[in-house]
Design a protein around this ligand. Structure first.
Ligand code: NAD
Length: 235
């Protein structure tokens, strides 16, 4: 029987590449996003990752007897601005909805739908391990995502037995949106999406390659070479 992957944010740049990569390796793929996925076998659209809609996703997949081996939250978004910017509090709400509510929603779906020994991966941000005054809402919601993963790794977190929770912390991903927003940048220093999909696939397939549960794994690319390393917040 094929293994199953659920990607929250499966229609985004990173999410759709993860769906594509796992599908091409024989996994059944499920995307949950604000937008329909043309790649995933099952595409469920939502308008919020709130209680009602996450429960309806749980009910829909449970009615089809679907449990997943891996669950990735590739949902999120970015808004810049400091605490004196125009629209600052609106940007806070937007970042909470996109980055934080999605991470909490993924944790909810993980608790309900992951198989024992499953993998849940949330997406934080390397920039957010330090103060981010110029993008304060983005940084704060991503730092909270790092905290959620640490909490999910505790034995009483609600995840099924022997789950592994990992947070990946990208620096800059090589996405179409970044290419159009930063056309003059050095793309050799951005991480190709396939490299991220490959790493998540390795962790999903081979339990012994997974980082310790609760790990924050940062990665950055220099001259087309990507380095992955655990991030220690407290020494
Ligand atoms: P993207 O904007 O291309 O895709 C994000 C997807 O998430 C979109 O399809 C959107 O509809 C969906 N989404 C947003 N909020 C959601 C919610 N609450 N529930 C379900 N779906 C939701 O983003 P990307 O560039 O592919 O980035 C992927 C992840 O990596 C995000 O978490 C992002 O914050 C993070 N990240 C990206 C970069 C980068 O350089 N692009 C850098 C650091 C971190």
């Amino acid at each position: 029987m094929s293994k199953s992957l659920l990607v929250l944010g499966g229609s985004g740049s990173l999410g759709s590449e993860i769906v594509r990569f796992f599908k091409s390796n024989g996994w059944k793929t499920i995307s949950v996003d604000f937008r329909k996925s043309d790649i995933a076998e099952i595409s469920l659209t939502i308008t919020s990752s709130n209680e009602d809609q996450m429960k309806s996703i749980e009910n829909e997949l449970t009615s089809q007897n679907i449990k997943v081996d891996a669950l990735v939250c590739a949902a999120g978004g970015w808004t810049g601005g400091d605490s004196n910017s125009d629209g600052y509090l609106d940007s806070v709400k937007k970042m909470i909805d996109m980055n934080l509510y999605s991470a909490f929603g993924a944790a909810f779906l993980g608790a309900k739908l992951l198989k024992p020994n499953g993998l849940i991966v949330l997406t934080g941000s390397l920039a957010s391990i330090k103060p981010t005054s110029f993008m304060i809402a983005y940084g704060a919601t991503k730092a909270a995502t790092h905290h959620i993963v640490k909490s999910l790794a505790q034995p009483d977190s609600g995840l099924p037995a022997n789950s592994t929770a990992v947070c990946i912390l990208p620096q800059t991903l090589d996405t179409p949106a970044n290419r159009s927003a930063m056309a003059g940048a050095n793309f050799n220093d951005w991480t190709p999406l396939t490299e991220v999909a490959e790493k998540l696939y390795e962790w999903s397939e081979k339990v012994d390659t997974r980082p310790t549960s609760g790990s924050l794994i940062g990665f950055e690319t220099k001259n087309k070479s990507t380095t992955w390393a655990p991030i220690c917040l407290f020494k």
